[in-house]
Ligand binder design. Structure first.
Ligand code: ADP
Length: 386
């Protein structure tokens, strides 16, 4: 036996944040990078550049790896199947991954399990879309089954005219129509599962989205009904078990107090997730460590929270010198932990986040204020300090 070699396809911040955990555990991490300057490239000694949509590139990368896993869900499923047939250990398996890649497949599978979906339909024409809207009641939501992220590929339709205006979306095949859920909050249930079937959940968190992008997370979700919290975590564990998920999985949820189970499932992600970044400082085991343990089929770590944690993302803005106010940001709140992704600044791009854990009894409002202050200083730089 020797310490394992792990291959990660994709070199974004998720791969980067696996690196320190691999180092701590003595694992060797290798990354298949999209380019020489991606976020994870400098975090590991070995980050060959290659196209994850090319089978030969994937095959060469998988050579000598004990397990291959992902930073994103975009690797063509048929290539993964081929690699598995050739003996590569891929986690999660494509049969599980499909539920994070295709929202229509996911809706059907959730329905089969009898877990809470919003009203939904597969629609192939504007007429079908209109009849769904008429039956369910407007407004409704139209989604491309594949390839959407951060709200791209999602469109709110208020009436028949909006549905007609969406005609061009049907060019690439069937779409997913959903009832527009009247939710009180967005929640996320994060779990991890090993190939042997051990599974663990973190506390359910409250996620605050801005313009379709995760902005802030409060962990655990405050004042969440206990029965709803338990049911949400159990639903995520059940999905992980039934779909054969391995590694970390996030179930994004809409909270619907007093209606049905108190939540409906929005979508699934099968990899460490933005709504789990709080675990880096706020849980006994971070999602990145857990992902590595899980894909290697090692025993999972404790998922208990260490205190209420607030995670705040900072996205690229006008300021390009992210270091200009770094000292001021660190001085402003020494209890806040900064995680910078080493990415160049582009407006709206996720370039880092901060975490703050209430280990001294701070209120959630105080934590949010601290986290927001530090994130804003780094994002806006020294010139915007006042
Ligand atoms: P993406 O894959 O781009 O993250 P999502 O399916 O998560 O897309 O949708 C993005 C956002 O749109 C959600 O965070 C939520 O705010 C809103 N949304 C999506 N589906 C619904 C729905 N059925 N009802 C109400 N809001 C929705």
């Amino acid at each position: 036996m020797s310490f394992p070699k792990i291959g990660v396809i994709g070199g974004g911040q998720l791969a980067r944040m696996m690196a320190p955990e691999a180092l701590n555990l003595g694992f060797e991490l290798h990354i298949l990078a999209e380019g020489p300057d991606v976020s994870a490239a400098r975090s590991v000694p070995d980050a060959p550049v290659g196209d994850y949509k090319d089978l030969d590139t994937l095959r060469a990368f998988a050579q000598g790896k004990d397990v291959v896993t992902f930073d994103h869900e975009h690797v063509p499923n048929e290539f993964l199947t081929t690699l598995i047939d050739e003996g590569v250990n891929i986690q999660p398996r494509p049969a599980a991954l499909i539920h994070a890649q295709d929202k229509l497949v996911m809706r059907e599978a959730i329905e089969r399990l009898g877990l809470p979906n919003p009203a939904w339909a597969k629609v192939e024409t504007v007429e079908e879309l209109i009849s769904f809207g008429e039956e369910t009641g407007w407004p409704i939501v139209l989604k491309t089954p594949r390839g959407g992220y951060d709200g791209k590929g999602v469109r709110m339709l208020d009436n028949v005219q909006d549905a007609k205006d969406a005609a061009d979306w049907f060019a690439n095949g069937p779409l997913l129509a959903e009832d527009k859920v009247d939710f009180s909050r967005e929640l996320s249930a994060l779990v991890a599962r090993t190939p042997s079937g051990e599974a663990k959940a973190w506390p359910v968190v409250h996620t605050i989205q801005v313009d379709g992008v995760c902005d802030e997370v409060i962990a655990p979700a405050q004042d969440l009904d206990q029965a709803t919290a338990t049911a949400a975590a159990e639903a995520a564990l059940r999905i992980a078990n039934e779909f054969g998920v391995t590694g970390v999985m996030a179930a994004e949820l809409f909270e619907t107090p007093g209606v049905g189970a108190g939540f409906v499932i929005n979508e699934l992600a099968m990899r460490p997730h933005n709504t789990g970044h709080w675990t880096m400082n706020g849980s006994v085991t971070s999602q990145f460590e857990q992902h590595l343990r899980a894909v290697l089929d090692l025993p999972l770590g404790q998922t208990r929270e260490l205190g209420v944690t607030v995670m705040k993302n900072y996205l690229g803005g006008a300021n390009e010198d992210l270091y200009s106010a770094f000292a001021a940001a660190l001085a402003a709140a020494p209890e806040v932990k900064v995680h910078a992704y080493g990415k160049s600044v582009r407006p709206g791009r996720k370039i880092g986040h901060v975490n703050v854990v209430a280990d001294a009894g701070q209120s959630v409002d105080e934590l949010r204020e601290q986290a927001n202050k530090v994130a804003a200083l780094i994002r806006d730089g020294v010139d915007a300090k006042n």
